[in-house]
Design a binder for this molecule. Structure first.
Ligand code: GLP
Length: 242
C-alpha cells in the first residue's frame, strides 16, 4: 500500500484528483469506479476545474458507482445518481450513457444485482476504484458483519450508517433502510484502489482497517490483501498510524 499524507482536506482532494486524472490521461477509455459521501466532493470539484481548463478529457471514460439507495428515484436529491450528476457528470464531458449506477427503482432486486455485475463485466472490470470509508469501516455499503460478498447485492444498512447519513435527509425516518452495493469482491478486482479519508473522525477506523486483522467486522480491512492500494489521507485521518 502506498500512503499519501496531505496537510488538510483540500490538499487531499487535489492529490486524489491528480491520481484519478493521471489514470484518465494515460487511458482515456478507462473504467473509473466512483464513490459518493462528503469526502469525494472536493475531488470532483477539482476534476471539474481541471476539465474546464482543458487538462483532462472524460469523453471516452466509463464510470461505475459503488452503490445506490433502494427506493430512491434518480431525480430524488438524496439519490446517489442525483449526487453524481449534480457534483460531477453534468460539469464534464463524460457521456451520460457511459455513467452507471445501480437503479434504486428496479423492480427485481436479484435481477438488478445481476444486471449491474454484467455492466462491470462487459467493461472488463474497473481500472481505478475511488473509495471513501464509513466510520464503521464500510466501503460502498458493505457493512460490518456481512460476508465478503463477491458481486452486487442488496444490503440492510447498519443503524450507525442510517444515523450518519441522516444529515443529508430531513429526518432519520426518511433514510432508506436498504441499498444496492458492489460487493467487496468487485472492489478487490479493481486494478487499483484509491481510498480517501479526511479528519480525526476517520483516524481510528483507518488504523483498524490497515493495521488490524482482516475481518468482515471491518470491511475495509480486506484492502490489506489488495496489491495496489493508494491511501490518500490528511494528517488528522492518518494521525493514529502514520
Ligand atoms: C456512505 C457511502 C460510502 C462513503 C461513506 C462515508 O455511506 N455509501 O461510499 O464512503 O458514506 O461518507 P463520508 O465521506 O461522508 O464520511
Amino acid at each position: 500500500m502506498r500512503i499519501v499524507k496531505t496537510k488538510d482536506y483540500n490538499d487531499m482532494c487535489r492529490k486524489a484528483a491528480n491520481v484519478l486524472s493521471a489514470q484518465v490521461i494515460l487511458k482515456p477509455d478507462c473504467v473509473l469506479g466512483l464513490a459518493t459521501g462528503s469526502t469525494p466532493l472536493g475531488v470532483y470539484r477539482q476534476l471539474v476545474e481541471w476539465y474546464k481548463k482543458g487538462d483532462v478529457d472524460f469523453s471516452e471514460t466509463v464510470s461505475v458507482n459503488l452503490d445506490e439507495y433502494v427506493g430512491l428515484a434518480p431525480d430524488n436529491s438524496q439519490s446517489y445518481r442525483y449526487y453524481m450528476n449534480d457534483n460531477f457528470f453534468r460539469h464534464v464531458n463524460i457521456k451520460p450513457e457511459n455513467t452507471h449506477l445501480p437503479n434504486g427503482l428496479a423492480v427485481g432486486k436479484a435481477e438488478e444485482c445481476a444486471r449491474y455485475d454484467a455492466v462491470i463485466r462487459e467493461h472488463k472490470g474497473i481500472d481505478m476504484q475511488l473509495l471513501g470509508i464509513g466510520h464503521n469501516g464500510h466501503i460502498g455499503f458493505n457493512e460490518p458483519g456481512t460476508a465478503f460478498e463477491n458481486g452486487t447485492y442488496c444490503v440492510a444498512l447498519a443503524e450507525s450508517t442510517i444515523s450518519a447519513n441522516s444529515r443529508f435527509f430531513s429526518n432519520e425516518a426518511d433514510v432508506p433502510r436498504f441499498a444496492y452495493t458492489m460487493g467487496t469482491g468487485a472492489i478487490m478486482q479493481a486494478r487499483r484502489v484509491v481510498l480517501i479519508a479526511s479528519g480525526a473522525g476517520k483516524a481510528q477506523i483507518l488504523k483498524d482497517s490497515f493495521t488490524g486483522p482482516v475481518t468482515p467486522q471491518v470491511p475495509a480491512s480486506i484492502l490489506q490483501l489488495h496489491n495496489d492500494v493508494i491511501l490518500v489521507g490528511d494528517e488528522e485521518a492518518l494521525s493514529l498510524f502514520v
